[in-house]
Design a protein around this ligand. Structure first.
Ligand SMILES: Nc1ncnc2c1ncn2[C@@H]1O[C@H](COP(=O)(O)OP(=O)(O)OP(=O)(O)O)[C@@H](O)[C@H]1O
Ligand SMILES: O=P(O)(O)O[C@H]1[C@H](OP(=O)(O)O)[C@@H](OP(=O)(O)O)[C@@H](O)[C@@H](O)[C@@H]1OP(=O)(O)O
Ligand SMILES: [Mg+2]
Ligand SMILES: [Mg+2]
Length: 358
């Protein structure tokens, strides 16, 4: 008797393809009866395959049209995930609105910890930018310095990751519109990155921007630009890396598992997405209050130790219809917490195998 083989077509930018579609993943999937096949984006999708499933991180109307056409011709195929669901993550306001939506649902918060998002305002109108003084005064009424200015659009371009840390109103002069201006929350220099792969949730620690005390702020003026700090770039260089060398992630306490699991499950259901991660910080002033600051579609999973197994299990569940495509929140969201300072040698600290009731 021959067992059925499945085929997953993937459409990814070269950078993503290199990091995600590693030989180890291709081989493991093959052993489980799943063939990973590259989609040629220079040819129409409808002429390729047939695929049982399409995995992608490409945007634009043309691609969206190709996916819908493919689904019409292949009604049993599965697209992970649908462009309309991914879309809300391309705007830093709609992205975090979903957190507020699930925050209001009963049962998402735990007895000891709460979650939310930082205070933020969006500046849409470029003409307002001309009168820096007027609107910076308006912003100052709503937010306290320091603040972070983030491009409203989060479409994966290098530009969309360029941030400004603003210490005083002079710093607003460097803003480009449209921008989200968000309060900087002191969080002990550590962010928690929570990777979601279907029902699977994994939380890791990463280094972040250092706290800015009131005294430090007094001596700071204007702004500082930075980009993708958790992957450590210019900020580390500008600061001689000393701060980060001193910070030992091992000593940092993880957030409560149940809170992280509840947020992950709530987001998964509300956004109707299978593949994403979100960044969480712990407000040092409050202690047990956690703030979601960023949600990313199809992030760098290869940085998770053992990602091949997690991803292959997910594919298998999807193809064998074990994964709830309807997003009814099942029991049994598996949680694995990892303590990892370094992505190269990050090990699973603790596979709790815990079955959380969600
Ligand atoms: N409100 C905030 N308070 C304190 N630090 C923040 C805040 N927002 C962002 N940061 C810091 O800035 C970094 C970049 O912000 P953010 O995650 O929103 O950008 P991004 O470019 O979308 O990141 P990614 O590479 O994860 O997609 C965060 O990892 C964190 O270190
Ligand atoms: O490339 P990396 O492995 O760093 O993955 C990053 C990923 O880039 P890629 O999709 O080009 O791979 C980013 O996607 P875009 O917002 O730019 O679309 C975003 O999801 C980051 O959060 C990921 O970093 P992580 O959150 O996992 O640390
Ligand atoms: Mg981020
Ligand atoms: Mg992001």
């Amino acid at each position: 008797m021959t067992t059925k083989r499945f085929s997953i077509g993937y459409a990814l930018l070269m950078k993503k393809q290199k990091s995600f579609v590693q030989e180890s993943l291709v081989n493991l999937a093959k052993e489980r009866g799943i063939d990973l096949v590259k989609i040629d984006t220079n040819k129409p999708l409808k002429d390729q395959g047939p695929f049982d499933c399409v995995l992608h991180k490409l945007y634009g109307d043309e691609w969206k049209k190709q996916l819908s056409e493919y689904l019409i011709r292949n009604p049993n195929a599965i697209v992970i995930d649908v462009p309309d669901s991914i879309q809300r993550l391309h705007n830093r306001i709609t992205m975090l609105d979903v957190v507020s939506e699930i925050e209001n649902e009963s049962g998402t918060e735990t007895e000891t910890a709460s979650f939310g998002i930082p205070k933020q305002v969006v500046v849409y109108e470029p003409e307002k930018m001309k009168d820096v003084k007027a609107w910076s005064e308006e912003l100052e009424l709503k937010l306290k310095f320091p603040v972070i200015a983030k491009p409203l659009v989060a479409d994966g371009s290098a530009k969309s990751h360029k941030m400004l840390l603003i210490f005083s109103s002079e710093g607003f002069e460097n803003l480009k519109s449209p921008t989200v201006v968000q309060e900087f929350v002191n969080h002990g220099g550590v962010i928690f990155k929570v990777y979601v792969v279907g029902k699977y949730v994994k939380c890791v620690k990463r280094k972040s921007l250092p706290d800015i005390t009131e005294e430090k702020l007094d001596g700071l003026q204007g702004c500082l630009s930075f980009s993708q700090v958790s992957n450590m770039t210019s900020y580390e260089r500008d600061n001689d890396g000393k701060y980060y060398k001193m910070l030992d992630l091992e000593d940092v306490e993880m957030p409560p598992i149940s809170l992280i699991t509840n947020i992950a499950c709530g987001l998964r259901k509300a956004m109707k997405l299978h593949l994403f991660n979100f960044d969480v910080i712990r407000d040092t002033k409050v202690g047990d209050r956690y703030l979601v600051i960023d949600i990313n579609y199809f992030p760098g999973y290869a940085k998770m130790p053992g990602y091949e197994t997690v991803v292959t299990d997910f594919f298998w569940d999807i193809l064998n219809k074990k994964e709830a495509r309807s997003f009814t929140c099942e029991k049994g969201l598996m949680m694995m917490l990892v303590d990892s300072n370094n992505n190269d040698n990050g090990r699973c600290g603790e596979d709790t195998g815990e079955v959380e009731k969600v």
